[in-house]
Design a protein around this ligand. Sequence first.
Ligand SMILES: NC(=O)c1ccc[n+]([C@@H]2O[C@H](COP(=O)([O-])OP(=O)(O)OC[C@H]3O[C@@H](n4cnc5c(N)ncnc54)[C@H](OP(=O)(O)O)[C@@H]3O)[C@@H](O)[C@H]2O)c1
Length: 323
Amino acid sequence: VHRVAVIGAAGFGGAVGAAILRRHPSIELTGVTARSDAGRRHDELYPAYRVPLQLEQFDPDAIAERADVALVAYPHKAAAPAVRSLRERGLKVVDLSADFRLDRESYERWYQPHEAPELLGESVYGLPEAHREQIRTAELVASPGCNSTAALLALLPLRGRIDDAVVDIKTGVSGAGREATEETHFVSATDNVNPYKTEGHRHVAELEQELPGVRFAFVPHLLPIDQGLLASCYATPSEPLTRDAARELFRQAYESEPFVELIDKPPHTRDVRFTNRATVYVTVAGDRVLSFCAIDNLWKGAAGQAVQDLNLMLGLPETEGLT
Ligand SMILES: NC(=O)c1ccc[n+]([C@@H]2O[C@H](COP(=O)([O-])OP(=O)(O)OC[C@H]3O[C@@H](n4cnc5c(N)ncnc54)[C@H](OP(=O)(O)O)[C@@H]3O)[C@@H](O)[C@H]2O)c1
């Protein structure tokens, strides 16, 4: 049994991570941390997740005594020093934030000066469908962004065949985390839909890294749903592609993927809610390839994927605790 702690378990991503790990047959959840909620029980904060542990203040020495692996669910910038303190104590880490997803130059262009640049060399981008073998041997894995996960699963089988893609994302309000903002406040979000960050969303940096050479127009939209994310991607192939040929590319890419399901009709977010599944649909209309991917942003888009990474890092069956 592997001993795992969740750092930032009062946040949306960390809370789902704690819920999954608590039920994982090969893992013992040995600690959950929070700041303002320290001292309260996790199941008081999130009764549905049924994690009967008391939240504690983050102390890397105390965590290192009880855990060999940590899932860190802090916002970017705050994550890097926490990850460093755990790596210094020998823990393997899966980090949910953007801090270890990009190279330094790209990170500092989209975010801010990096807080632990010395760790960038060892981190692996945690999309198992693209980097499974590297994840297996990694000690630090950066779980991809939710938007990037869905967009990449919709586009990766087209790698080398497209020069540009329009990526239209629809996302639920939990994507923005536990702290309500003006945009995600119920009164702003309900009965409403709006694009945001139209001049450049930082998740595009992950797409440019994983699909080099492709130009992107990337526009997220906020929907009045809680958990769920849909990526609709429109690309013009460099060489004409029939619908059958496109489907064959996707079939080959995903036939042995445990969490990616190629379906023959457009995906719905509700069908993957509370699961680590991604449903993908591809078709051709006119000269465009249209591909779609639905995920639950807190599962395959965050904590579920992080546990999938953790399973790989620990040599466990990839789907354990997630089905
Ligand atoms: N939500 C998603 O769909 C999603 C998807 C993929 C990746 N992620 C990434 O996962 C990480 C966690 O996201 P989340 O949605 O779970 O966010 P969240 O609900 O806001 O939770 C973040 C937690 O981090 C803690 N924290 C520690 N240092 C902090 C600081 N300096 N400022 C603010 N909070 C701090 C907070 O703890 P206290 O509550 O105890 O103060 C908070 O509970 C982020 O890096 C996010 O980008 C999120």
